[in-house]
Design a protein around this ligand. Sequence first.
Ligand SMILES: Cc1cc2nc3c(=O)[nH]c(=O)nc-3n(C[C@H](O)[C@H](O)[C@H](O)COP(=O)(O)O)c2cc1C
Length: 381
Amino acid sequence: MNSAKITDFTARNRLFGGNRMKLGVMAFNCSHGSTITTVPEAWSLDWDSTLDVAKEVDRSGMEAILPVGRWRGYGGPSDFNSAAYESFTWASALGASTRYVTVLATCHVPLVHPLMVAKMSSTIDHVTKGRFALNIVCGWFKNEFDMFGAVMRPHDDRYKYATEWLDFLKRAWTQSDEFDFKSENFDAQAVWSQPKPIQTPHPPVMNAGGSPAAQDFTTRNCDMNFVHLKDRANLETGRREIAQLKERARLHGNQTRVWVHVYVVCRETEKEAKDYLHHYVHEKGDWEAASNLLRIFGLQSASYDPKTLQDHKAHFIAGHGGYPLVGTAEQIAEELGKLADIGVDGCLISWVDYKNELRQWNAEVLPLLVQSGLRQPFAHR
Ligand SMILES: Cc1cc2nc3c(=O)[nH]c(=O)nc-3n(C[C@H](O)[C@H](O)[C@H](O)COP(=O)(O)O)c2cc1C
């Protein structure tokens, strides 16, 4: 971060400038976070611990905290994700308790009206003095939609709807006088939304989704794409995909940044890290909840041979399909350098035990990232 920007902690400034590898912490608004395991140290949701983690992230100078949008869990002995704080109210409370970090809310496009989102996000942007960003998801978990009595549209139609929804939201964020909004799915008259967000033209928008339709939508309409690196064995595939995505955004006159989910197991030796991964996945993993999740997610299909499916399952248990950073602090710092080299702009981290592993991360990994030039030292006000 250059000196001119040190006092500017708005989301637009921090998510798009400064550090070569931006960082955040995700999914601690849900019981078990992103880890489908029965180990006792897994994240059990409570507010005091949530606040502790958010404040610790804030002090560390990392850029973001991101909740997942989750309305029900997946069963199994761990009852994975069965409790989840609602993401806008979570973001508002944590925004009021922090000073530097960008707070995101994750919103299911078909489940919340854009005017409601305009107001909630403006409120959080005021509470945080411009540290709010919106992550949108089109949804895939039908059991959640059934609770709302909401329709799950055919896959690509979800992004057509999202385009109208986001157009409406951006108008409400930016247009100061009344307006009518008519589209295939909306017919709103004399729309009024005040106050406007602090950030101009509006808070940054991220989309989490990786299909061609999601990419088309993101590169036309969003500031960030939140993705999984599908080919974990070969980063060159990721490099190509990220370059294509960014080029596509450029052709649409946009500059889309790419963020990925990573799960971290950092120990003094590589063997200890791998042993612990094995313990919480293979000895204590909740394979039943993972099967429920993957069945609904559509991975349990004839197109996957059993071995691939098994690999996916272990990987979802380990960190919900994120990219693994497993090893010593030095190995993890090196791997983050490789991710930056292929064009990843930011990583959102999950751990088994957020509180203790975050402390270790701040003490052992962050300094190495400063040494290697991936990040600047963080200057508090
Ligand atoms: C990194 C990442 C994070 C996601 N987070 C959520 C979430 O919090 N809630 C949710 O319902 N779906 C989430 N999704 C699912 C996507 O919103 C989307 O429904 C899914 O990727 C399928 O859509 P697609 O086929 O267009 O990629 C996430 C997806 C990715 C890649």
